[in-house]
Design a protein around this ligand. Structure first.
Ligand code: MLT
Length: 410
């Protein structure tokens, strides 16, 4: 008899952003004239940079001619893109990452979700709380998390709270953990770690033999000095960390799909007999079996992000979104709401008003201001009592949304 993977039955009934969409659609059905402004999912709104679009077009034209047509590409990505990344994202910052350590993919969501496959079933997984749900749910699906309690806390995972009380700085775990997911600048709190704070984690991983899975999808939003753009800026990180990057948030690729994962040569993990294995080889093995690479035109489009024109244009978009973040922060301040983030990240993390939980605040903003955000509880038990807004909408909509919120009384 066919049976299901029962680990899936341990998941919440829907993914947080699907649940929000469902509620917003329901609201719109009942209020067809509502002018809803979406600041929930972290999806960009600015079009692709023109340098990217031109490269994309040229590559599509190449696909139209026998002499320049491209079939399957390398599963790891084309050398032209891997080299551009190694040079521009790493070497130019004095960080050593070789093109061979870079794996191009169709998203950091897929890579952060898939990476757990190459680790043993018994590894203890630690996540900061609140957290991007993909890290948790991919481990639930794999059977590492066990059942959840009524707050959504899985018994088999180690949660590291990041709240107002600790200034959103995760404390090193007291118990032994093996895999540690860190996302900095952070989704959802919008906060960042300094190099010194991140170095504590790298040292911890080196001392305890754990591996850090570092999601740097928002690094382009860093405005302040002293905040690492890559975990490899921290000494010793190459021996303990995998890094995930994305073209989604910096260059508008959420609908185009391109990202990459860095697995350094030095990263080795033992099997049950104590023999060491290269994680880079295992990830390569996984990708060659399960993935056929990102399309050629998309990789050419991503390469154009690194041209001077591409860099100028992506900087403009990031500045645009960070201006939205500034407007959101100032409006929340005037509305008397406490908030965090929005300085080195496109997310603003609001403390819900006294006596209101995350979903109640969601309903209030949707019903009374027609503004959609994300309830903090959707990101984990310590997200309860918080609410996330993104700076990714248009300037016009951001201003309108904040005017509406300013008219509410909390
Ligand atoms: C978010 O809203 O947290 C992000 O858009 C999710 C993602 O990048 O997959």
């Amino acid at each position: 008899m066919v049976t299901v993977n029962e680990n899936y039955l341990l998941l919440k009934s829907s993914y947080i952003f699907s649940e929000i969409n469902r509620r917003v659609e329901d609201f719109q059905r009942k209020n067809p004239d509502a002018d809803v402004i979406r600041m929930g999912i972290g999806d960009v709104t600015r079009p692709l940079p023109s340098a990217v679009v031109e490269a994309f077009h040229r590559a599509v034209d190449e696909m139209a001619h026998e002499e320049t047509f491209m079939g399957y590409g390398p599963e790891q990505g084309y050398p032209f893109l891997r080299e551009a990344i190694a040079e521009n994202d790493y070497a130019s910052r004095g960080v050593e990452v070789s093109p061979e350590e870079i794996f191009i993919s169709d998203g950091a969501k897929c890579d952060t979700g898939n990476i757990q496959e190459i680790f043993g079933q018994d590894n203890v997984v630690a996540v900061t709380d609140p957290v991007y749900p993909v890290y948790v749910e991919s481990n639930v699906m794999a059977g590492r998390a066990g059942p959840a309690d009524e707050t959504g806390r899985y018994s088999g995972l180690v949660y590291i709270p990041c709240t107002e009380e600790n200034g959103f700085i995760p404390a090193l775990p007291e118990e032994k953990v093996d895999l540690i997911y860190l996302c900095y600048p952070n989704n959802p709190t919008g906060t960042a770690l300094t190099e010194k704070q991140l170095a504590e984690w790298v040292d911890y991983a080196r001392d305890s033999g754990s591996i850090i899975l570092f999601d740097a999808a928002y690094e382009a939003y860093i405005q302040e000095d002293g905040i690492p753009h890559s975990i490899y800026e921290v000494e010793g990180a190459r021996e303990v960390a995998v890094e995930f990057r994305s073209f989604s948030k910096n260059a508008g690729f959420t609908g185009t799909r391109c990202a990459f994962t860095v697995v350094p040569e030095e990263l080795e993990v033992p099997d049950s007999q104590g023999r060491m294995h290269s994680l880079k080889e295992l990830w390569n093995r996984r990708q060659t079996t399960k993935f056929n690479g990102v399309s050629y035109p998309v990789q050419r489009a991503a390469e154009a992000v690194y041209t001077p024109e591409g860099q100028r244009e992506i900087r403009e978009s990031i500045d645009y979104y960070m201006e939205n973040a500034r407007i959101i922060r100032e409006s929340l301040e005037s509305a008397g709401l406490r908030y965090y983030g929005g300085v080195n990240a496109p997310y603003i993390w609001i403390k819900t008003p006294e006596g209101m939980d995350s979903w109640q605040f969601f309903d209030m903003l949707l019903n009374e201001a027609e503004v959609v955000g994300t309830p903090g509880s959707g990101f984990g038990p310590s997200g309860e009592g918080y609410f996330r807004l993104t700076a990714f909408n248009s300037l016009k909509n951001t201003v309108r949304a904040m005017e509406r919120i300013s008219e509410l009384s909390f």
